[in-house]
Design a protein around this ligand. Structure first.
Ligand SMILES: Nc1ncnc2c1ncn2[C@@H]1O[C@H](COP(=O)(O)OP(=O)(O)O)[C@@H](O)[C@H]1O
Ligand SMILES: [Mg+2]
Length: 385
């Protein structure tokens, strides 16, 4: 892990009056930039050549003579050949010399690699650098380990295909779309072998997929991604905030379920199995009696993260849950950083975040607000790692 003193000495060199927010231009970057602009910060989007136009062109900012942003949210772009070039000293210097505080999202870690994020990236990160590793499924202290430590409910793990005695989801990497999923479901060992054989034949999963697969009970019920925020700076109110809830559109699953059952069965017989590639999000609320339970999950997670991953969670995190027929939550994934679905609340805010803060409060804005508060209270080092 990079020396904290190194990061803090860079932070000390920053001009607090011209801090800007930098983010890898993908995942939740628009929300992050939008929130930063709302709170009066400049923004930098780190783009990869060939996929920069959304940020460099379409959402490029314009300002009036007084400096007010009148259009867009991206003030500056750094266009790299590959996202992972962000780790190179020249790119890092570009960020640190322009007083950039960096917001980590999943794209940053996926493209740059967790080892580089931990050891080679000296730019001050707003959030918890060490906790990012808990997302590396299969690592020793991954989020399942943390959930176990926290006594939090997660879907029952199925150890081997022979043990499949209920509807089970098999989580595998996609063979070709390496950052995507080659997930499938099976309710018996026979079905597991038949479907995996089919997916291997179609080139969707690797032959040795089982070595790195996670199998768990498929919870039949709605999915709620709980977008929380933890504020280490808050002193009067609760430190945990529920900002909003999103859920995903997944391809081709969502197309699949919009077909009549007979056609679904026909497709399955033809070997056309649904894929789980995220391609959009929608917003949701919870029935009020479930909110208490949701907060309890967050409290436990924050406590466990603090204990096992000091300093623990800082800022946004997302508990990805399913709710079963008896209204029990199961956490199937945890993002210890801004969630991937927060664009759904961009600019208009999250229902719960708005209610709490009496103004439009997206995750991006809440992040920027925390930075603003930290600057005002001279407590930036408490939210930076
Ligand atoms: N145990 C489960 N029961 C039901 N659905 C699940 C379960 N685990 C995952 N899912 C579904 O699969 C999707 C992706 O799961 P997730 O574990 O978050 O994978 P990733 O983060 O790699 O996309 C979720 O949006 C949800 O719809
Ligand atoms: Mg997930």
């Amino acid at each position: 892990m990079i020396d904290r003193e190194q990061v803090l000495s860079i932070l000390e060199g920053y001009d607090p009056t011209s801090i800007r927010i930098g983010v890898v231009a993908s995942h939740s970057a628009l929300d992050t930039c939008d929130g930063a602009v709302s709170e009066g910060f400049g923004t930098l989007a780190i783009c990869q050549k060939g996929r920069e136009r959304t940020f460099a062109n379409y959402f490029r900012s314009q300002k009036d003579p007084s400096g007010q942003v009148t259009r867009g949210v991206v003030d500056d772009v750094l266009i790299l050949d590959r996202f992972k070039d962000l780790i190179r000293p020249a790119a890092q210097s570009f960020l640190t010399e322009s007083n950039t505080l960096f917001i980590p999202n999943r794209s940053f870690v996926s493209y740059c690699g967790i080892d580089s994020v931990e050891n080679d990236f000296a730019v001050p990160i707003v959030g918890s650098r060490n906790l990012l590793r808990s997302e590396e499924r299969g690592d020793e202290k991954d989020y399942y380990w943390l959930l176990e430590k926290a006594g939090l409910p997660y879907p029952k793990k199925i150890d081997s295909p022979e043990d499949i005695d209920r509807l089970t989801i098999v989580k595998v990497h996609h063979k070709v779309k390496t950052l995507e999923r080659g997930f499938f479901t099976a309710s018996s060992p026979e079905q597991f072998y038949a479907k995996s054989k089919e997916l291997i034949a179609q080139g969707i999963i690797e032959e040795d997929f089982l070595d790195s697969a996670r199998m768990e009970e498929y919870v039949i019920g709605p999915v709620f991604n709980l977008d929380f925020f933890y504020s280490p700076l808050e002193e009067r109110g609760e430190k945990i905030e529920l900002l909003g809830i999103d859920w995903r559109f997944e391809s081709s699953l969502d197309g699949y379920v919009r077909l009549p059952a007979g056609q679904q069965i026909g497709l399955e017989k033809d070997g056309v199995l649904p894929e789980y590639t995220v391609c959009g999000h929608n917003s949701a609320t919870l029935r009020e009696s479930l909110l208490e339970k949701a907060f309890e999950l967050a409290e436990r997670y924050v406590k466990a993260a603090e204990k096992h991953y000091h300093p623990g969670i800082i800022g946004p995190f997302c508990l990805q849950t399913c709710v079963d027929k008896d209204l029990n939550f199961y956490i199937y994934d945890v993002a210890p950083r801004i969630g991937g679905g927060t664009n759904v609340h961009m600019a208009v805010g999250h229902p719960y975040g708005n209610t709490l803060w009496r103004k439009e409060m997206s995750t991006g804005r809440r992040l920027a607000m925390e930075i603003r508060r930290a600057l005002e209270q001279e407590r930036l080092e408490e939210i930076v790692t």
